[in-house]
Design a protein around this ligand. Structure first.
Ligand code: DC
Length: 236
């Protein structure tokens, strides 16, 4: 039986990572942060001296395969070629690079199969978070959420995350970078950031993310049990 897929899309800072992580934990599903995959491409390109908009260079880089893996325990880690790049992919520079490489059709095409296979390899189910999970990567996902929040609320969350990690990035810079990235993600020709027509949209402005986790958990359980009872009836 194929694993159940939960898609969580939305702009940066809307609470996707927190909600995806906690929802996955509650459901006993794997969590796949697809933004980390685009970030790893940006980092790998930078290290290989390949421009973020150099399609030919990116193609060659990805043809070798992107040796990325996710570790869930004892804490979440992203490994690239066996090296722990969890921190290195979170800098403002790599955020900009991820936004650029993610608009290149060659990169999206190469990463589509990787994201689908990571989801389908999950034993029970997977929560995937990104920008186009419900629209492109898993249009057949059983549950789709689209999280949004005001620009200010999102920038403040990102700013707090940076501060927790000891990165001193001024709020105005976070806001400016976020606006440019949002515009780029929404206006790109391929897989632009948008809610799938059947996504449950949650505006998290002013909401405690614990509340959003509660709500999305309840909704996910409802949808997952509806889907499994429909599947059961069809199989009978
Ligand atoms: O979620 P994030 O900030 O880690 O994402 C980094 C970049 O990757 C962001 O600019 C959007 C892009 N991205 C994407 O285009 N599609 C995805 N499924 C996930 C991320």
């Amino acid at each position: 039986m194929s694993p159940a897929i939960v898609a969580i899309d939305g702009p940066a800072g809307a609470g996707k990572s927190t909600v995806a992580r906690q929802l996955a934990r509650r459901l006993g599903f794997s969590m796949i942060d697809t933004g980390a995959i685009y970030r790893s491409v940006a980092l790998a390109a930078r290290r290989a001296g390949v421009g973020w908009d150099d399609d030919e260079g990116l193609r060659k880089l990805l043809d070798k395969g992107l040796p990325i893996s996710f570790v869930a325990e004892p804490e979440e880690r992203v490994l690239l070629n066996g090296e722990d790049v969890t921190q290195a992919i979170r800098t403002p520079e790599i955020s900009r690079g991820a936004s650029v490489v993610s608009a290149r059709p060659v990169v999206r095409g190469k990463l589509l199969g990787l994201q689908r296979s990571l989801g389908l390899q999950a034993s029970k189910g997977a929560v995937l978070e990104g920008r186009d999970i419900g629209t492109v990567v898993f249009p057949e996902a059983t549950v789709k959420f689209f999280l949004t929040a005001s620009d200010d609320a999102r920038a403040q969350r990102r700013h707090a995350e940076f501060s927790e990690k000891g990165l001193d990035v001024p709020l105005q810079e976070v806001l400016g970078d976020q606006r440019r990235r949002d515009q780029h993600d929404r206006e790109r020709a391929i897989a632009p950031l948008r809610a799938a027509p059947d996504a449950i949209v949650i505006d998290t402005t002013g909401l405690d993310l614990a509340e959003v986790v509660e709500r999305s958990h309840r909704l996910a359980l409802e949808r997952l049990s509806q889907a499994s009872s429909i599947k059961g009836k069809l199989q009978r």
